[in-house]
Write a protein that binds this ligand. Structure first.
Ligand code: AMP
Length: 213
């Protein structure tokens, strides 16, 4: 099964992707996570990405496509994957079309999570994640038991440097201008599935399951 999950920042792509991965035994490939790992390891790519990420702008297409092409060489991806946060522009979608075509593969689903802007700003500015395991909390709807500490492994929680209100507003603008047009790119393939991304995390997941099964 090959899936793309698309949606504005804060729509819950990462959270839902993790639930799908568990049930369908496929791999989650998040370009945001890959970039954050490059930054943590202070690679050349990671250092080049800082200024784009912290301003809420997109990292150039050729950098992203090079990084994804490397990931596609891994045998773990054979059973299937969910692409989270990629593609984010039409050139990236065309690059992905080529990567798939070279392997004789096609996409099964493009899940589009729909959430109103006001809700996204509320979710993102209150979002915290575990510095070790990446588990996501929300200080309003889903806080940890002990303030600032991950329930799962006791590590400190961090506030992503691009989750400030100013950057969030820019990221929403970038999504509308550069990422939303992707839906038109995939429409002719008959794989686009719109999902209501509001409400409880498990309810949203049930809506996704209804589409996948
Ligand atoms: P995310 O964790 O998916 O919200 O990504 C965090 C940041 O990483 C984005 O705001 C971009 O700066 C960068 N990024 C992640 N994925 C991509 C992509 N496919 N294309 C360009 N930039 C990306």
């Amino acid at each position: 099964m090959r899936i793309i999950i698309v949606g504005p920042p804060g729509a819950g792509k990462g959270t839902q992707a993790k639930l799908i991965v568990k049930d369908f035994h496929i791999i989650q490939l998040s370009t945001g996570d890959l970039l954050r790992e490059h930054r943590r390891q202070e690679t050349k790519l990671g250092q080049a990405a800082i200024k784009y990420m912290d301003g809420g702008n997109l990292v150039p297409d050729e950098v992203i496509l090079g990084m994804v092409a490397e990931e596609f060489k891994k045998p773990e991806l054979k059973p299937g994957y969910i692409l989270d946060g990629f593609p984010r522009t039409c050139p990236q979608a065309k690059g992905l079309d080529q990567l798939l075509e070279d392997r004789g593969l096609a996409l099964d689903h493009v899940l589009v999570l729909e959430v109103p802007d006001s809700e996204l700003v509320r979710r993102l500015t209150a979002r915290r994640s575990c510095s070790e395991c990446g588990h996501i909390y929300n200080m309003v709807f889903n806080p940890p038991a002990v303030d600032g500490i991950c329930d799962l492994d006791g590590s400190p929680l961090i506030h992503r440097s691009d989750d400030t209100e100013e950057t969030v507003v820019n990221r929403l603008g970038v999504y509308k201008k550069q990422t939303k047009p992707l839906i038109d790119h995939y429409q002719p393939q008959g794989v686009v599935r719109h999902i209501d991304g509001t409400g409880d995390m498990q309810d949203i997941y049930q809506r996704i399951l209804a589409v996948l099964k």
